[in-house]
Design a binder for this molecule. Structure first.
Ligand code: FAD
Length: 470
């Protein structure tokens, strides 16, 4: 057993998991002067040849950026990100239509996951009070004593004690296992029927194969593909599709047939040969949504990032929410003078409703991104929302804007969204009724041809029916 109680006044904080949230959190705790020990099951990814992990790139937005700013890393990371100002919707016939994310100047950034993780580890390591322990896989820990057991690749075991254990070990958290054994711990986990597969679109003549400053989307109802740009001028395309559809495609010819039918414009861009090869390189990966409550045990342990709330990736908020966890915890540390017995319960109280709200929103977007971006009504509403936002920026703020470009608490953003929807839909209904009444008045004053009247009435009726279904 190795005791980590060094000759210092500060307590020992063990951060389990050196992924995105763990590495960032190590910086937050180190900045406060704690003795930080980071434990990561993988080898140091900065030295590894192949880095296994989840998506290749991801969308960084305001919440994530704010967290990076706290530890002085925002500029460095942003400099290596590619701004995406709008979604670019690819129709089946090859037509491309941009839908801006927000106002001018509001954009999200495509960042390379491996590079971000490496930068965060390097930043954590620069604090003299941080010790990095790679090849340390948490096996078990004791909630009463704070004693953790780690397995090493050579088969040996190591036991380490800490004052606070911070579980940042991802969606399948080993730290969380102890929570599951305790009474009054709520836990739910849902796998969605879709899997995802990543395909690379190489540069063409040394340039991006598509316009780089967009998040490209091919919505196809039950499935969809998206593509985010990388610094090396490639795009990473991610195909989201039910597992049973992935399994139906078993030969190279079937891959081409499928792409010909649903994503014909991408075949010349990815290349038929590459497509046929890459499709079978790795099996489709599963996506899970995890919700739990509370996020802490006494004053000994707290969960953050995916360990506390894995969300499906359709709002681009998983990492951003995890990064914001670090800020929220840090703010509460200030309020309660770093007294873990007060900070941990407060963190659960404040953060659970917000993380649950973003988990729900991500699930909602899972449907919206695939199906609704194709619907005229959805586009019309986005248009109306954006116009209202333009004229009344303090009153009507699109949900996407609140989630992506502000630090409005997630659960408050949802509440406000419901309220705004009510107001906007009523407004639209009133305008429709006004139009009917005004129209009737004009008709009575200037009686038109009866056939024209019937056609107009039919059109009006269609619109009213559409409005009723809001
Ligand atoms: P992880 O990144 O999973 O890191 C956990 C770390 O803990 C890993 O390094 C792992 O090796 C280590 N570990 C695991 N078990 C142990 C153990 N027993 N002992 C020690 N260490 C352990 N989010 C966004 O904000 N924007 C996006 O655009 C976006 N796109 C996504 C696309 C896809 C396809 C997916 C799957 C996710 C996406 N996400 C996105 C979500 C994002 O990837 C996660 O929210 C984020 O990685 C969470 O970080 P984390 O550090 O909590 O967990």
């Amino acid at each position: 057993e190795r005791s980590t109680s060094r000759q210092s006044r500060k307590k020992v904080v063990a951060v389990v998991g050196g992924g995105l949230v763990g590495a960032l959190n190590a910086c937050f705790f180190a900045k406060r002067g704690f003795d930080v020990e980071l434990f990561e099951s993988r080898e140091d990814i900065r030295r590894a040849k192949i880095v296994k992990g989840r998506s290749i790139n991801l969308a960084l937005s305001h919440r994530g950026r704010q967290a990076l700013k706290y530890v002085g890393l925002e500029e460095k990371i942003v400099a290596k990100g590619i701004p995406m100002h709008a979604r670019m919707i690819h129709s089946l016939n090859g037509k491309q239509s941009p839908i801006p994310y927000g106002r001018k100047g509001q954009y999200i950034l495509s960042v390379d996951r491996a590079n971000l993780n490496k930068e965060l580890l390097t930043a954590a390591e620069t604090y003299p009070n941080t010790k990095m322990n790679f090849d340390h896989k948490l096996q078990d820990w004791n909630a009463e004593t704070g004693l953790m057991t780690f397995a090493r690749l050579d088969g040996s075991k190591e036991q380490v004690k800490a004052d606070l254990i911070v579980g940042c070990d991802g969606a399948f958290s080993a730290v969380r296992k102890q929570f599951l054994r305790r009474s009054r711990f709520d836990y739910s986990q849902t796998y969605i029927p879709h899997g995802y597969m990543e395909l690379t679109m190489l540069p063409i003549n040394g340039e991006f194969a598509m316009k780089p400053n967009y998040l490209h989307i091919w919505p196809r109802n039950t499935f969809m593909m998206i593509a985010l740009p990388n610094l090396d001028k490639t795009f990473t395309c991610t195909l989201f599709m039910p597992f049973e559809d992935f399994e139906k495609i078993t030969t190279g010819d079937e891959v081409i047939e499928f792409f010909q039918k649903y994503f014909p414009d991408t075949i010349p861009l990815i290349g038929a040969d590459t497509l046929q090869r890459d499709y079978f390189r790795l099996p489709a990966q599963a996506m899970v949504s995890v919700k739990c409550n509370p996020y802490h045990i006494g004053d000994a342990c707290v969960l953050m990032g995916d360990a506390a709330h894995a969300v499906v990736p359709f709002y681009g908020q998983g990492m951003n929410a995890g990064f914001e966890d670090c800020i929220v915890f840090d703010e509460i540390m200030d309020q309660f003078n770093e007294d873990f017995s007060a900070v941990l319960p407060e963190y659960t109280r404040v953060r659970v409703p917000d993380d649950h709200a973003i988990a729900d929103l991500a699930m909602y977007n899972y449907i919206e991104m695939r199906a609704h971006v194709n619907s005229k009504w959805f586009l019309f509403r986005k248009y109306v929302d954006n116009i209202l936002y333009f004229f009344m920026p303090k009153t009507i703020i699109p949900l996407y804007t609140m989630v992506t470009f502000t630090r409005t608490r997630y659960h408050e953003a949802v509440k406000r969204w419901h309220w705004q929807n009510k107001v906007i839909n009523r407004g639209l209904l009133l305008s429709a009724v006004g139009a009917v009444l005004g129209g009737s008045y004009l008709l009575i004053k200037n009686p038109p041809d009866i056939n024209k009247l019937i056609v107009s009435a039919e059109k009006m009726w269609d619109r009213l029916v559409a409005l009723r279904t809001l």
